[in-house]
Design a protein around this ligand. Structure first.
Ligand code: ADP
Ligand code: MG
Length: 356
């Protein structure tokens, strides 16, 4: 398996629609990499450019040291798996998988061996003679994975592969696909709009916006250190509030919002906010505590809504910095609507970036 490098790739459709805008990206060999972003931000276009199904208007794409920008799709050996499995329902599992090899005029004995190997990779040994319509949705998705893997691709490209499955199966398949990719040392790029799927499965992920990469990092980095408000609100839930910079330090800063000072971490290393400059504060619902902790970031509020969800309790609390969503696990005290409470948060848990 090989690394994939995307260098300044742009794609303009019909001379007007800029789907990709000078995008740079490096994916390591053996990495399970996720592309995330709102509908229309260019995820599928990027995947199609990497597969060779689309030609970039500008820029270059490398598999390892090989420049594949002008290479035909079948010569790139990048296998793509789609949301619709595109299997032939009247053919057996084996025939569905072997079809691509038969087209390449590979000897029968080798085809048989490789199909068996691919079935083993997706844990469907012994299913070769079944017909497709005898399989569950999850098994069908595994057949389409096997069909992709049987050609021994240099990389695996998955475009929303689980979107057609029901919620429960989708969650089970996360672990399944991840271990197929990892056990076989594949380099894989996985497109989804489901942020939880990305957080659960990715080695690293990139959030795309308007044909560019907004931020790239491990799931934990993206969730805990978002550098832009749209990344913070796209991945997980968050409370956002705008204010003015009071004091800027090396990696934290003080911001005043409606007369209340908050202190938090600065995630954009290049930002040197000046006093009075507009800034946005992002506070995850689970970061707020309803009991005294460090004395940092104390805000008085009134509970206006409560949802008891067993495992957790969700509140909405009105404060001087706006209505705050608060999530508590295993609380000391169960508060009621109308209660006056004080919210607390450690400065290391609050994130501050320039207002965009
Ligand atoms: P995503 O997969 O993130 O939802 P796409 O890559 O499909 O986004 O699309 C990115 C942008 O490019 C959108 O504005 C879309 O309408 C446009 N686009 C995609 N494919 C084509 C095409 N074949 N012709 C014209 N415009 C296209
Ligand atoms: Mg798409």
């Amino acid at each position: 398996m090989e690394a994939i490098r995307v260098e300044k790739v742009s794609k303009v459709f019909d001379g007007a629609v800029v789907a990709l805008n000078g995008l740079n990206l490096e994916i390591k060999a053996g990495e399970l990499f996720f592309l995330l972003g709102a509908s229309g931000c260019g995820k599928t276009t990027l995947l199609r450019c990497i597969a060779g199904l689309e030609t970039p208007s500008d820029g270059r794409i490398f598999f390892g040291e090989l420049d594949v920008t002008k290479l035909a799709p079948h010569k790139r050996e990048a296998a793509m798996v789609f949301q619709s499995y595109a299997l032939w329902p009247h053919l057996s599992v084996s025939r569905n998988i072997s079809f691509g090899l038969e087209e390449r005029k590979i000897p029968k004995a080798e085809i048989k061996e490789r199909v068996a190997e691919a079935l083993k990779m997706v844990r469907l040994e012994g299913y070769g003679e079944r017909s497709i319509d005898q399989l569950s949705g999850g098994q069908q998705q595994r057949v389409s994975l096997a069909r992709a893997l049987v050609v021994k691709p240099r990389c695996l490209l998955l475009d929303e592969p689980l979107s057609n499955l029901d919620a429960q199966l989708r969650i089970e398949m996360r672990r399944e696909i991840r271990s197929i990719v990892k056990d076989n040392g594949l380099t894989a790029i996985y497109v989804t709009h489901d942020q939880e799927e990305a957080l659960a499965m990715a080695d690293r992920m990139a959030v795309l916006a308007k044909g560019r990469i907004a931020q790239i990092g491990t799931p934990e980095e993206i969730y805990r250190q978002p550098a832009y408000s749209h990344v913070a609100s796209f991945i997980g839930e968050t409370n956002l509030a705008d204010g003015d910079v009071m004091e800027m330090h090396e990696d934290f800063c003080f911001v005043k919002i409606n007369g209340t000072a908050l202190v938090g971490r600065v995630t954009d290393k290049n930002w040197r906010g000046q006093p009075g400059e507009k800034a946005t504060v992002s506070i995850r619902p689970e970061v707020w505590r309803l009991h005294k902790e460090s004395g940092e970031n104390e805000i008085a509020g009134k509970v206006v809504e409560r949802s008891y969800l067993g495992q957790r309790i969700e509140y909405f609390v009105d404060t001087v910095i706006g209505r705050q969503q608060v999530v508590e696990m295993n609380p000391y005290v169960l508060h009621s609507v109308g209660d006056h409470v004080t919210l607390h948060a450690r400065h290391g848990d609050i994130v501050i970036f320039p207002k965009s």
